[in-house]
Design a protein around this ligand. Sequence first.
Ligand code: ADP
Length: 454
Amino acid sequence: MAGTMTFDDLKSRVAEGSIDTVLVCFVDMQGRLTGKRFHAVNFVETSFKETHCCNYLLATDLEMATPDGYASTSWQAGYGDYVMAPDLDTIRPIPWLEGTAMVLCDVLDHHTHEPVPHSPRAILKKQIKRLEELGFEAKMATELEFFLFEKSFDDIRKGGFRDLTPISGYNEDYHILQTTKEEDVMRPVRNHLFAAGLPIENTKGEAAAGQEELNIRYSPALDCADYHSIAKHAIKEIAWQNGRAATFLPKWDMNQSGSSSHVHQSLWKDGEAAFFDKTAQHGMSTLMQHYMAGLIKYAPDYTYFLAPYVNSYKRFAKGTFAPTKTVWSVDNRTAGFRLCGENTKSIRVECRIGGSDLNPYLAQAVMLAAGIKGIEDALALAPATTGDVYEDAKATDIPQTLRAATETLRGSAFLRDALGEDVVDHYTRAAEWEQEEFDRVVTDWEIARGFERA
Ligand code: ADP
C-alpha cells in the first residue's frame, strides 16, 4: 500500500482536530497534481466516495489552454465532468502543510464510471495488469533531478525569467560542503516526504551549479509513479516556502547539463528477482534480455512520453550524460540504456532517455508495454555497446526533435495496440499542439541574430 494512513486513521485525526484539510488530487497529462482542497469533515463524511472536475483537465497544456482536435472533449461537446474517485489506499499526511492530508484519485467517466482511457494513472494500471497476467510485477525507481534558484518563483516570474541565479556558484556533483548550504530546502524535502510515507533514499548535488537529485527506493510501478508526482510537487512547494524556486525544465541553460529522470526497472515473480540468472552472462536472465530488447527496439516509438516538450530535446546533446542513441551498455553513461547491478540480485536496466519533465505514469507505462512486447515476441538482445556511444554511427538515434517524436508516436502500431488507438491519438494531439504553440513564437534568439543583420 502506497499511503501511510487508513481511512479510519484519517477519520480519527479529523475527529481529534489534527487534520482539517484533505487535498483530493489526480495527476494530469503533464504529471501535475490537480484537484481540490476539501474541508476534512466534508471529505470523511461524503466526498471520500467521489467528487467531480471539468473534463478539459485531461485535454489541456501547461497554460491551461483549450486546444481543438481532441476526441474526448471540446467546446462543441460542452466540456462536461469527470468523476474523481479517491483511491483510499493512497491517503497520507502532508507534513509540510499544516493540518493537511492528501489522497490520489482515479479519473472515471461521468456516466459509465469506467476509467478514462487517457488518464495517466489508468494508462499505467492497464500495463501493470498486462504484466500481472504474464505472472510478473514491475519494480521501478525514477530519479528526480532539478535546479534550485536563489530567488522565489514569483520574483523570477516578475523579473521576466531573466534573473536566474542558481543556489550554488559551482558544479556541486556529490559535494557535501555546497549541499550543506542548501539544507534549508533539501532537509525538509527528505524529512517531510519520508514522513508522508515515501521511501526516501538520499539527495545529492548534481553535475551543474544549483543542480540537485532526489532518489526514492524502488517500488511497485504504481507506487513509484505516485511517489514521483508527490515528490516533484513537494520540492516546488518546499522551495517556495523557503523563498526559493525549483525547476524541472530539462534545459534552462544551454551551457550546462540538463535535468533527467532516469528510470530503473526490474521484474519480479513470487518475490524473486526475475531479471537475475546467476549462470548467464552479466547475470541477465533470458526474460531480462527480451524485456530490454523490447525497450530498445521501441524507444523511438515512445520517446515522446520521455520528452514531451520542445525544450526536452535540447537536453539530448553529446558529452552531457544525456543519451542520443537507443542502445545498451554495461555501466556506461553514454548509452540510452545502462545495465546496473550486473551479476547481483539488484540487476536492473536504467533508461537514461527521460528528462525531468516526464510524466512518470506515462513513461513507466510505455516502457512496460515495450518490455512486454519484447517478452511476447521473444526478441533477441543485440550485444552491449562499449566506449563513447555518442560517436557510434551504427547505433539508432532517438528522435532529435518533438516534431520527429510526434511522427514516430503517430505511426506506432505497437503503441496503438498496447495503449489503444484513442490514447495514442489523444497524446499525438497534445504533442502537435505543443509544437504549434512553439512555432507561433518569435524567440529572443531570432531577434538578436537577425534584427540588424538579416
Ligand atoms: P545511481 O548510482 O545510478 O544513482 P543507485 O544505486 O543510487 O544508482 O540506484 C538508483 C536507483 O535504483 C535507486 O532509486 C534504487 O532504489 C533503484 N534500484 C535498486 N535496485 C533496483 C531494482 N532491482 N529495480 C529497480 N530499481 C532499483
